[in-house]
Each structure stands twice: as structure tokens, then as C-alpha cells.
Design a binder for this molecule. Sequence first.
Ligand SMILES: Cc1cc2nc3c(=O)[nH]c(=O)nc-3n(C[C@H](O)[C@H](O)[C@H](O)COP(=O)(O)O)c2cc1C
Length: 308
Amino acid sequence: MSDASLAVSVGGLRLSSPLLTASGTFGHDPAALALLDPADLGALVLKTVTPEPRPGNPPPRMAEFRGGVLNSIGLENKGLDYWRETVAPQLERVPVPVVANAGGHRIADYVAVTTAFDAMAGVAAVELNLSCPNVDGGTRFATDPGALREVVAACREATAKPLWAKLSPEVSDVASLARAAEAGGADALTVCNTMRGLLVDWRARRPRLGGGTGGMSGPAIKPLALRLVWEASRACELPVVASGGCQSAEDVLEFVVAGAAAVQIGTAAFRRPDLFSIVARDLRGLLEEERVGLEELRATLEPSPPVS
Ligand SMILES: Cc1cc2nc3c(=O)[nH]c(=O)nc-3n(C[C@H](O)[C@H](O)[C@H](O)COP(=O)(O)O)c2cc1C
């Protein structure tokens, strides 16, 4: 029997809703946040911050295709000093928990950003972007379990705040990466990030993005994300935050049944920043209709019966 409460616990955080923004797809703009009821949005996950400013990749940086979007932003950001002085003070006024996202090339980069986040009152948890496909060497930490464990362990030393490891879809065995993050001391996994793709302008004989290839997101990657969430959640004890192609309450419940504790929505919210409230309303309706709670549904996916 469900009271249609959407509250969930994820890696050390109690959230009013399982719906989160996805890093790089939603800012901390008060006008956009005012569109949302804090009961509908579990947490605001912010764009990756690196120690130094990054100009990002050449334009065009985004292109649409039928299944979603290809982006090659290249982790453009103004760097840690700017963030500390300008963004961090504003976060204390955000009405939901803020998950800040750390990136870099070396372990020292991740540690520097995590240490800074640890000291910021407005940051509730730290997500490590170990999986950006649009920067050189961006996937090293997510494809090598030893390197992944090392970077997570180093960041674990740097913060007592909940630490989430965001994994790449570009791996043959996500289970070993999930276990490496767990061994390094992560509190949760985010599964997954964008996957490299290519869009072509055949008349110009050129890629449609200035960076050549880009990260695929949106509905096209939902089956991939569902498979990875299922495999990662069975491989370790950590709660899994799903990311990849979610755009409706039905999608959220598919991810929950596959093992997710919460779900990020990125590309789908570009068109409708108030999508979180629509999905939360539909989710409450579906849970009431089925008289079931989110925790009861979580990780209940049965493998298909063998063909006789
Ligand atoms: C334009 C754009 C920028 C992104 N920037 C980041 C980023 O800075 N850090 C990160 O960890 N993920 C980033 N992502 C990946 C998203 O957080 C998310 O994992 C991915 O888009 C899959 O979810 P979706 O299909 O709901 O968009 C970005 C995605 C897009 C589309």
C-alpha cells in the first residue's frame, strides 16, 4: 500500500524525490528553480568543475538527432576559484540539496576540487565525473578499475560528505568498475554518462560538431543505461543513481525496477525545465494506482525465464 511518498535515501542523502538534475544540463538559476516545487526535485546536480578554467571545445557544440542530442562541450567551466567566490555563496539559498561535480585529468585535480567542495556549506554531496567522453583522457579513470579505485580513495580522504562516482558507459564490464568505486570508498554510483557518437553533414563531408565526435544523450541511450544500472546494482551494495534517456515517470520506474535508487533527468529537461514536476506528479499517480512504494519496487527485475 503506497502513500505515494517519493522520498528516497541515496548514498548518505535523504531526498524528497528520486528525481535529480543531471550534471551540465541545469544551472542554479533561481528563475529556473522557481518553476519547481522542492518536493518534486530531490537534488540539484551541477556542472563539472575543474581546478583551472577550461574554454571547452570549438563550436558547434550541440546537435540534435532523432534519438536525442550529441554534445561536445568539453567541460567548459570558469575553474575552481571563480566557483568558490561566485557560485558557492549562492548555493546556500537553493531549496534542495546540491550535488557538486568534480572533474580533471589527474588524481590531484579531483582531490583539489573535492577538498574545496568539502569546505562549502552549500554543497551536500560530491559527484566525481570519471567519465566525460569529450576531453582527452577523459575516460581513463572509468575504464581502468585500479585507476578508478585510486582516484575515489584519494577523494574519500578529502571529504566526509557523501561521495558519488559517475561511471562511463564505454566499458565492457561495468561490474568491475562498480566494485572498484565501492572499494575506494564511494557512497553511491551514478550510471552512466554520455557515450561517444558521430553525426555527419555529408554534403560538407564534415562532422556536425566542431569537436568531431560528441557524447550521445537522450532516449537513444536509455536501453544502454538500463542495462548498466542493472549490472552495476547487482555487482555491489552501493545505491545507484541512473542517468541516461529518462523523460517520463514510466522511464523512472523502469530504472527503479532495474535497481536505481534515484534518477537524473538531463536532455529531456532542456525543452521543459518544469519536467521534474510533471514527472513527479505522474510518478505519484502510478505508485498510487499500483499501490506500491518506490523502495518495494527497487531492484525487483527478474531475469527472463530460460527458453525451453
Ligand atoms: C550539454 C550536456 C552537458 C553535459 N555536461 C556534463 C558535465 O559537465 N559533467 C557530467 O558529469 N556530465 C555531463 N553531461 C552528462 C549528463 O549529466 C548525463 O549523464 C547524460 O546527458 C545522460 O542523461 P540524459 O540522457 O538524461 O541527458 C552533460 C550532458 C549534456 C547533454
